[in-house]
Design a protein around this ligand. Structure first.
Ligand SMILES: Nc1ncnc2c1ncn2[C@@H]1O[C@H](COP(=O)(O)OP(=O)(O)OP(=O)(O)O)[C@@H](O)[C@H]1O
Ligand SMILES: [Mg+2]
Length: 346
């Protein structure tokens, strides 16, 4: 089954906003309001209250009741990806990483966009070293980790990753050994490029969680479905969660998420979860121009509150028992698996 049915209208099958299911689910806007109470300016608080009244519900009671924390021992690996480019992956990765750090997690943000690595650009950092130097044996892994003033560590510009394919067994072993120096992180967020190309899928499949970012644009939704389809084709059991970015309202976010969840269930037999949404806000662009994350520059903004909420939900969602960890992630990445996509990667 192709995705052309999406093009007719992604919102053709709108559900009742006030059905029985809706009674059982809570409203992200309400959570946002609670979380930001006291920090909001009067006008943004009013907007959130309005959202609270009008927004459709987002989370099921079952989802809300999850309370398993991140595992203590191994780093949880979260890949952030999308079908269409430019939907806000890097912005979401950077701001989510900081929101998780604000919630007490130790976070490593890994720039996995092989083409246009720009995590460091959003943070206003000029990296001195990158992973290529590690692969070439010129630097140790821990030498390329940049500690930022935002409470997170980053590994910038992963351009060298494609070189991993050319390593000798000995170099590969050295590289993996070096990674074991990256200790103590609760979570590693990987900002990937867009699209279902092998190098993006390669960074997605070994992750513990995959967050697929979309916007309400029909093309972004269709491409998000394409990405979900590619993931499921390789790993039926993969945990996939959605972030709907640049939404004008919570209702719009829910419509987009519901549509993707419904077609994924119907045509791919997979259960995609709705992680949350981020409001479209001019402040986000302004903060990008300033090369400072919006959760830092505008902590009282609606979009920052959304990120805080998404971070809280992630913390409260279950972690796979066989969490990969950083070394495990790269081992999986480098091992030539049985699936074609993995073989083609790097
Ligand atoms: N919530 C938002 N509100 C307003 N503008 C946004 C929001 N999120 C992202 N943008 C805009 O979208 C642009 C693209 O964002 P970003 O670079 O994060 O996308 P991306 O998915 O990482 O792109 P690429 O596929 O090229 O890596 C930003 O420069 C910003 O202008
Ligand atoms: Mg990007």
């Amino acid at each position: 089954m192709g995705v052309d049915f999406m093009i007719k209208s992604p919102f053709m099958q709108k559900k009742s906003l006030h059905g029985k299911d809706d009674m059982e689910i809570i409203d992200q806007a309400e959570n946002l309001r609670k979380m930001t109470r006291g920090r909001q300016s009067k006008s943004s608080a009013t907007v959130l209250e309005r959202e609270e009244k009008t927004a459709d519900t987002v989370y099921t009671t079952e989802e809300r009741n999850f309370s398993m924390p991140f595992t203590e021992s191994k780093t949880r690996i979260i890949s952030i990806t999308s079908g269409k480019g430019g939907v806000g992956k890097t912005t979401a990765s950077v701001n989510l990483a900081i929101s998780l750090a604000n919630a007490g997690k130790k976070v490593l943000l890994f720039d996995g966009d092989l083409g246009l690595a720009n995590v460091n650009v959003l943070l206003g950092i000029i990296p001195e070293h990158n992973i290529y130097e590690v692969i070439k044996g010129k630097k140790k892994v821990k030498d390329i980790v940049i500690t930022t003033s935002y409470g997170i560590d980053i590994i910038a510009g992963a351009n060298g990753i494609s070189q991993l394919a050319n390593l000798t067994d000995e170099q590969r072993e050295q590289f993996i050994k070096g990674l074991s120096e990256l200790k103590g992180y609760d979570v590693m967020i990987i900002d990937t490029g867009a699209g279902v190309g092998a190098n993006v899928i390669g960074l997605v499949l070994p992750a513990d969680d995959v967050l697929v970012v979309t916007t309400p644009e029909p093309t972004a939704i269709t491409d998000a479905y394409g990405m979900i389809k590619s993931i499921v084709a390789n790993r039926q059991e993969k945990s996939i969660r959605l972030i709907v970015n640049r939404v004008p309202s919570a209702i719009e976010a829910k419509r987009v998420a519901d549509r993707l969840i419904s077609i994924s269930s119907q045509f791919l037999r997979t259960s995609v979860q709705n992680l949350g949404f981020i409001f479209e806000e001019a402040l986000v662009q302004k903060s990008i121009s300033n090369q400072r994350p919006h959760v830092v520059l505008y902590p009282g903004s609606k979009s920052a509150a959304c990120l805080t909420h998404i971070a809280a939900r992630l913390i409260n969602t279950p972690v796979q028992e066989d969490t990969t960890g950083i070394v495990g992630f790269f081992q999986k990445l480098l091992n030539v698996g049985s699936k074609e996509e993995e073989k083609e990667f790097i």
